[in-house]
Design a protein around this ligand. Structure first.
Ligand SMILES: Cc1cc2nc3c(=O)[nH]c(=O)nc-3n(C[C@H](O)[C@H](O)[C@H](O)COP(=O)(O)OP(=O)(O)OC[C@H]3O[C@@H](n4cnc5c(N)ncnc54)[C@H](O)[C@@H]3O)c2cc1C
Length: 430
């Protein structure tokens, strides 16, 4: 169970199968560091690790524990790239930034596998490729167009027709799509806890149960306060993503937190396993409210989708995810569904992740739009370079001013309405 979480989204497969203890001591008394990192998901863990590797002293705190947020709850699909393809990135950001962003996003999965190998992280990581499946002729054309775009930027994807997608996915529900050979799967909580262990070995002081309650300027930096202590640091990194709260209201208001939920079966029989994603790929489809599914290392089937805020409708969605799984794979009828859980993803208005300087020396990276395993790890590294003194012009991702979303006071209602609209468009196949 995810501790201190609402019951409807707390029954996580990853918490039930974590290979390390999630308890970390709380920060007590006075601490000093070059950099204080707030939030120990992939963004904060990667930032802390890369900073410590440069010799900086780092204190990393989390309100709960490393991996408690989206990082320890996600589908474990190592997705590649940003929402836009290379052409749109170049059109929006121009040649210099565009090329850097394309390279960074295209290589983000390499960084994940490199960290796992370098730090001996046991998280069942494999790299069979990420399937992106089209449910309409229009999305098939878009996905095949994306493969062509990547071909002009080092490649990575192969187009799949209906038969090839059927063979790799085990369902003929899709017209075809692409396989992105750069992608893969892992156990997300074990990846986060493994990064935390690597941080500790590199000298990072990690504290759990330590919510930052204030950040006040002091001579030469900031003091970050928690209920039982404080950290004085020259720089602060905010890595709180969809869980950003009152600490920095403008940051919290710059993203739309939306629930994503998942269900998982008990380990399947060998026969069933061989009939679903037989080569171990992860799959996301191209619906606006996408479905994403995979098998885990023990042969459990996992299905995920976007949810809503309301607990009753989340419970209904968990039931619906089980039903849609059986619609796609009738052989799952009658299997034992053992887990149902969820967490918040952070959506941005432009669908891009953001790097911000909240105040001089307070840096933030967030807004992965539901695709953060690889890109949050990569953004953490950029934050580390920035905090270590790199000129923002030399980073691999552009910084931008914080822009609060309009009507954030009514965001739950707006999200519910938007989800209904997207569901309708998906139903109509538009
Ligand atoms: C159900 C679900 C499925 C997903 N599936 C995928 C997938 O398959 N592939 C993929 O690439 N992405 C997926 N994502 C998205 C991905 O998990 C996120 O983009 C990524 O984990 C974000 O990492 P992060 O470190 O920025 O934030 P988080 O992991 O959310 O970490 C933020 C941390 O900040 C802490 N915090 C907040 N406020 C404070 C404070 N005041 N003081 C101290 N700590 C604080 C929280 O406790 C939390 O641990 C999914 C997300 C969800 C929820």
């Amino acid at each position: 169970m995810i501790r201190n979480e609402r019951a409807v989204i707390a029954d996580s497969l990853w918490s039930a199968t974590a290979n390390r203890d999630v308890s970390f001591p709380a920060l007590v008394g006075a601490h000093n560091a070059d950099v204080a990192v707030i939030g120990a998901g992939f963004t904060g863990l990667s930032a802390a690790l890369h900073l410590a590797e440069t010799g900086a002293s780092v204190v990393l705190i989390d309100a709960q524990h490393p991996g408690w947020g989206a990082s320890g709850r996600n589908g474990g699909q190592i997705n590649v790239g940003l929402k836009d393809g290379p052409q749109d990135i170049l059109a929006k950001f121009g040649g210099d930034w565009g090329e850097k962003m394309i390279r960074m996003a295209g290589q983000a999965a390499d960084l994940v596998f490199d960290l796992i190998a370098r730090h001996g992280i046991e998280c069942a990581a494999t790299r069979p490729g990420w399937l992106r499946a089209a449910h309409t002729p229009k999305t098939l054309r878009q996905l095949h167009g994306l493969a062509d775009q990547w071909d002009a930027h080092g490649g990575g994807m192969t187009k799949l027709d209906h038969n090839a997608m059927h063979r790799l996915s085990g369902t003929d529900a899709y017209l075809g799509g692409v396989i992105d050979h750069r992608g893969g799967v892992l156990h997300p909580l074990n990846y986060a806890l493994g990064l935390a262990a690597a941080c500790s070995r590199a000298g990072v002081a990690i504290f759990g149960d330590s919510p930052a309650t204030g950040i006040a300027p002091i001579a030469g930096g900031y003091e970050v306060t928690t209920p039982s202590g404080h950290v004085q640091a020259a720089k602060v990194i905010l890595a709180t993503n969809a869980y950003s709260g009152d600490l920095t209201p403008a940051l919290a208001q710059s993203v739309l937190p939306v629930r994503s939920v998942q269900v998982a079966t008990a380990p399947l029989s060998d026969n069933l396993r061989r009939s679903i994603l037989p080569e171990g790929n992860a799959l996301s489809d191209a619906r606006r409210l996408l479905l994403y599914f995979r098998l885990d290392a023990d042969g459990r089937f996992l299905m995920g989708g976007r949810g809503t805020y309301n607990d009753r409708s989340t419970a209904r969605q968990i039931a619906w995810l089980r039903k849609i799984s059986v619609d796609l794979f009738p052989q799952l009828d009658g299997v034992d569904w053992q887990h149902g859980w969820g967490g918040f993803v952070a959506l941005t208005r432009d669908h891009y992740p953001h790097l911000h300087e909240v105040k001089p020396g307070i840096l933030a990276g967030l807004g992965y739009n539901g695709r953060g395993v690889a890109i949050a790890t990569a953004m953490g590294r950029e934050l580390a370079h920035w905090a270590a003194g790199a000129d923002p012009a030399h980073l691999n991702y552009p910084t931008s001013p914080i822009t609060p979303l309009p009507f954030s006071f009514a965001r739950e209602t707006l999200v519910e309405a938007e989800i209904l609209r997207l569901r309708l468009l998906d139903k109509l196949g538009l």
